[in-house]
Design a protein around this ligand. Structure first.
Ligand code: ACO
Length: 375
């Protein structure tokens, strides 16, 4: 079926927009947000500044950044009715499901939510961490923790999760993780955001679509699966028998491969460095030895095909060392990626045309209707 002229399975390589937000060279492993190399942003910037860069299209001046940060802080709190809604959700659900429900409900609280002005974008970026942290605490039977104005975006999220002031080194590393996950051109969830936005649905519907799309194990859900796999393997000697079996069954190994990168994902390189910095601070984890062995053997087996670690490979190790529960990894991805989704929503609405692709119909025609008692 993929041989049909004009049909591109999974839309691989098919441009669906003109965009000034993100540049990727998958052969060379280059990633830039608005033209700024990811390595420079991860080293020198903060998530709040990067969110401004993505959504507003330029780096802020000091006054603009101060204003942006104070707006974000002002908009962090969520209504008590939303807390009540989160309390009613089953604690057996996944926090991504709770996040999607929370984001969808959020839009009902704000009149003028169809506005294309920036307030919904700032509000969503500000409130996503509060939703994730609140659901996490409520499902464990703990009270939610109010945001603290004196903390920056990443610090405040860590604080709302644990009710403890985060260590400065760890909070900085976490903020760098948010920067690395903030944007990645026309991936599945961003496309989903653009498609929803193209119907003129509001920003809350746009972001709840994108959260739902990020959930899957082929996309943002892979970071959780990586850590589960490393934990299951436990020691480097288990890697070979696992890979022999998985490869024979043609299984995909989580955290490897990418539609665009044919070399090691530049974000994986930076995340590996962050993991090593965290080891100096906190001590290493045996999971890292397993991860290194798995990477080595994958390189030997499928490196020639361009299958290398992607962003999800080392992020789980970093979050694990920060004491974060595994099923929060993908919601943390969403907390960061919301900036990219919103940048694409803003851009989509500047020159909008509803997405309406076609299909190649392969079903029957003019089929005779058979009454139910004769089928
Ligand atoms: N493990 C083993 N082999 C792989 C892997 C993998 N993780 N990924 C791709 N391959 C192989 C495929 O088997 C295929 O081989 P073949 O040509 O011999 O049949 C070839 O590489 C191409 O694979 P596709 O599935 O066609 O690549 P596609 O671009 O459609 O998929 C994807 C990309 C979904 C990321 C895929 O590599 C994958 O499933 N990886 C594991 C899940 C994962 O880590 N997802 C996170 C991606 S990053 C992100 O979304 C944030």
């Amino acid at each position: 079926m993929s041989e049909t002229p004009g049909f591109v399975h999974g839309l691989a390589g098919v441009p669906v927009a003109h965009s000034r937000i993100c540049f990727i060279d998958g052969e060379k492993g280059i990633l830039e947000y608005r033209g700024y190399p990811i390595e420079v942003l991860a080293e020198r910037s903060t998530f709040e500044e990067v969110a401004f860069l993505l959504i507003r299209g330029k780096l802020p001046t000091r006054a603009e950044l101060d204003d942006w940060q104070s707006q974000m802080k002002r908009l962090r709190r969520i209504k008590y009715k939303l807390i009540d809604l989160l309390k009613c959700l089953p604690e057996t659900g996944h926090p991504m499901e709770a996040l999607q429900a929370g984001v969808a409900a959020l839009g009902m609280f704000y009149p003028g939510r169809k506005s294309r002005e920036l307030e919904p974008a700032i509000r969503l970026t500000a409130k996503l961490p509060t939703l994730v942290a609140a659901y996490h605490r409520l499902r464990a039977g703990d009270a939610d923790v109010m945001p603290k104005d004196e903390l920056d975006h990443g610090q405040n999220f860590l604080y709302m999760l644990s009710e403890r002031m985060p260590d400065a080194v760890e909070a900085r590393i976490f903020d760098q993780c948010l920067i690395l996950h903030a944007e990645h051109s026309m991936n599945a969830s961003t496309f989903s955001a653009r498609v929803t936005g193209s119907t003129e649905a509001d920003a809350y519907a746009v972001i709840s679509s994108a959260v739902g799309t990020l959930m899957g194990s082929l996309h943002g859900g892979a970071n959780e699966e990586v850590l589960e796999l490393l934990g299951r393997l436990g020691t480097p000697d288990k890697v070979k028998p696992y890979l022999d079996d998985a490869m024979a069954k043609k299984e995909k190994i989580p955290g490897f491969g990418h539609r665009v990168y044919k070399t090691k994902d530049p974000r994986a390189l930076i995340l590996q460095g962050l993991a090593e910095r965290l080891f100096q601070h906190r001590g290493s984890t045996p999971l890292y030895d397993v991860a290194r062995e798995l990477e080595k053997q994958m390189l030997e087996r499928v490196g020639k095909k361009g299958i290398h670690p992607n962003v999800d490979y080392f992020s789980g190790i970093v979050y694990h060392l920060l004491g974060i529960q595994t099923d929060l990894f993908t919601p943390i991805f969403a907390i960061a990626r919301v900036a990219g989704w919103l940048a694409h929503w803003v851009e989509q609405m500047e020159d909008n045309r509803i997405f309406r692709p076609s299909e190649i119909y392969t079903g029957g025609r003019e089929v005779a209707y058979v009454p139910i008692d004769r089928r």
